[in-house]
Each structure stands twice: as structure tokens, then as C-alpha cells.
Ligand binder design. Sequence first.
Ligand SMILES: [Zn+2]
Length: 237
Amino acid sequence: MPISQDRPFEIIVLGPPVSGKGTQAKLLAKTFDIPHVSTGQILHSIKDDIANPLAQKVAEFINAGSLVPDELVNQLVADRIKKDDCVNGFILDGYPRTLSQAQAIDTAVKLDYVFLVNVSDETIIERISGRRVCKNGHVWHIKYSPPKTETVCDDCGEPLFLRDDDKSAVVKNRLEIFHQNMAPIIEFYERAGILIRIDGEKHIEEVFQQFVRHMIYDLRNKVNRSSGGSPSGTATI
Ligand SMILES: [Zn+2]
């Protein structure tokens, strides 16, 4: 059953880890005054929300260290996007993660845009495995924010190290799983004709401009169609 009728900004932002999709989702949310709905944030905050009947269930899965099942995540997202602050739409970040989640949201709302922030595996590995941290949690990057010497934290003088999770072999493994899960979702939205690919290798501002440009072209075409004018062609970005 559809939750909403005609909200203009029902948006999904997909992308691999460190693609910058979270940053872009926040920028879009601010620009269009719609909530940034992150499933990570929902799951995190519900644990303490004892008034919510689903909280107990979620807590059980999280405390057991297991994945929260699709059905439960779907319910949480559906509840969240029914709230009053979603009157003009929402931006979903971190959802859908599986094809069944994609199918669930597709029956619940009529999505306007599904953006995929593309970043090559090579870039992702460089972004993650270039990180260096100290025991106090200060984070550096050997290329993007290098400390004076590669082995010492400029903030506290403690030694810097590469976290196990950030090692390139681990990152490659995570990426493989990501691609496996994401391939059917991408295909699903491609068939529906609503997938928009964004080049995530550029600077934050340039990446953001691609989103906005696409939405402006799209809205202009909608206005042209509804006023009887001819569409001005598809956007080339
Ligand atoms: Zn430090």
C-alpha cells in the first residue's frame, strides 16, 4: 500500500564505502530541506527507544552481533518515512542493502531518484588503506592529510598505525561482498529507468553539482511536460 502520494523528493543514494555518499546525502537534505534518513542512525537510536515496540527485537539482533533481518529493517524505514518531517520526501542512505529491501521500498513509495555514487575499487582501497590512526583516535591519511612523519601523530605524539580493517586485503574482501549485494539492486533500478550514476571521484562540490544538475533538468522536463511544451531532451551530465 503506498505510503505517500506525490512527494517531490523521494530519493535513494547508493554507493560503496568511502564513496562520500553520506556527505552528499547530508548536503542534499540541507539543500532541499528534507530529512537524511540513515538506516545506521535508525538502528542506533532505536535501541534506547523503549516506547517503540520494535526496539526490543532490534536490540536482540544487535546484541547478538547478527544482521537485523530485512523485514524488520523494512518496517523501521517505512515507519520513519511516514513521519511529518517527510512531507516533501526524504533521502535514504544505507538502504536498500538487499534486493528484497529494494523491492519492499518500491512497493511502498514511488521513488523519484536513485543515485549511485561511482568510485573505483582502486580509489576506495587508496582512501581506506592510506589511513593512519593513533591510540587516541586521531585519524590521518598518508596522501590527503599527511602527518609530518608517517609514523607519529602530530596531535599527541603517539605512534601511528594501520588498522586491521583498513588493510587492503580486508578492504578488497569487503568490496567484493558489496558488489555482490549491490549488483542485483543496481539492475533492479536500471530496469525501472530511475538509476542515475554520479562520478564520485571528483571533489565534494563537483560531485554535489552533478546531483543538483540532474534534478534541475528533470524538474524542468516535468514542468515542460505538464505545461504542454515539448521535453527538452534528456540530461547529459
Ligand atoms: Zn594522536
